[in-house]
Design a protein around this ligand. Structure first.
Ligand code: ZN
Length: 368
């Protein structure tokens, strides 16, 4: 383990930002495209803020604070994230109320709280349980840093509780919130944070980084991740092709005009986050739109021949209607109660649009 570092494309902006430390705002919203390394950015920023002897604004890796950060247990750092995400990130249930025994309310229901499914939201208790920590003085008179991600997972109640904290901020405390889509946050909460937008790195620097991470065909992976290198790397580690096989298989069947087995695919999709696969369908639709207008695909260059075959049968206005409908499903995706039903609905819509040809089939052309 070493002290958390910025990605190469973040170093310059981080140094400029951290350089204004004397007048540093107490709450920041770090936002930008999904998969560009925003979470790693705030973790490295926390290290730089807590380090006792920063070098050019960045964590030195040598001091006592950096030693704590390397081991992942600096007492002046808290991560507020949904429990499900914390488990995914390898944490034990430690930054939750279970740890703050004195402040934790007894479980409301008769069932044991340890038996419930890990929450996908940031719960109000997680914000409330910070109060005793705020009241303690910081170690060695430094900052105290709260990392909160993804801010979209704040519930209305936890969001309002956080807002009250930010209205009367505890001393020496810096909040770093992370969001892909700030427009989905409470406007009052937004008004309490300074914004730090993070740009998507240039294709050249993203590809150079991917090559350094031993990802081959970096350009294809980067295209399919919409230019987001951290996501591209994650995809390259988790799947064998830049376009997921379920998606290329589905598009191939659409292109052939075959009746697709949506049930099986809906089962596959139901195991993933709806926002993830919906995003891939939206990218497919952007590529299909480009293809209908005779242009090359942007996200899935590998699908070009298939998209060309499919788009030859489709009227452009039907494709744009479908793209618009998919955009409207984003809200549903974040709130879908039944992932499988939602997947079915999306597949049915795409299938019904793509299997109707631009020109109605003329009987004379039918051969048997
Ligand atoms: Zn240090």
């Amino acid at each position: 383990m070493s002290v958390p570092q910025f990605f190469p494309w973040q170093v310059e902006v981080a140094q400029q930002w951290l350089g204004q430390r004397e007048r540093f705002a107490h709450a920041w919203l770090v936002h930008g495209l999904a998969g560009i390394g925003k979470r790693e950015f705030v973790v490295a920023a926390a290290a730089a803020l807590l380090c006792e002897a920063p070098v050019q604004g960045l964590a030195c890796g040598q001091c006592l604070a950096c030693g704590w950060l390397e081991k992942g247990n600096h007492p002046d750092l808290k991560r507020i994230r949904p429990e499900a995400l914390a488990l995914e990130e390898g944490a034990e249930q430690e930054d939750d109320e279970a740890h703050e025994g004195d402040a934790a309310p007894a479980p409301a229901e008769g069932t044991s709280s340890s038996k419930r499914a890990p929450s996908k939201d940031i719960r109000v208790e997680q914000i409330r349980n910070l109060t005793p920590w705020f009241n303690r003085s910081t170690y060695r008179d430094g900052y105290r840093v709260v990392l909160l991600y993804p801010a979209e997972r704040l519930t209305p109640i936890s969001g309002n509780t956080l807002l009250k904290v930010l209205e009367e901020p505890p001393p020496s405390t810096i909040f770093l919130l992370v969001a892909d889509a700030p427009d989905r946050l409470l406007p009052t909460l937004l008004s309490r944070c300074r914004r730090l937008p993070l740009a998507t790195p240039s294709p050249a620097s993203a590809q150079a980084w991917l090559a350094g991470q031993h990802v081959s065909n970096g350009a294809d992976w980067l295209a399919s991740a919409g230019g987001a290198p951290v996501w591209a790397k994650k995809m390259a580690e988790g799947q064998s092709h830049p376009c997921p096989e379920w998606l290329s298989g589905f598009v191939k069947m659409l292109a052939k005009g075959q009746v697709t087995n949506n049930g099986q695919l809906a089962d596959t999709l139901a195991k993933e986050l709806p926002t993830m696969w919906l995003d891939l369908f939206q990218r497919f639709l952007i590529d299909l739109t480009l293809s209908v207008h005779g242009q090359t695909p942007r996200y899935f260059p590998v699908l070009q021949p298939t998209l060309a075959a499919l788009s030859a049968r489709l009227a452009p206005e039907r494709v744009s209607d479908l793209a618009e409908w998919l955009n409207q499903q984003r809200w549903v995706a974040g709130h879908a109660l039944n992932g499988k039903l939602f997947a079915h609905a999306v597949l049915l819509r795409i299938t019904s649009v793509c299997q109707i040809t631009a020109a109605a089939p003329v009987n004379s052309s039918v051969r048997r």
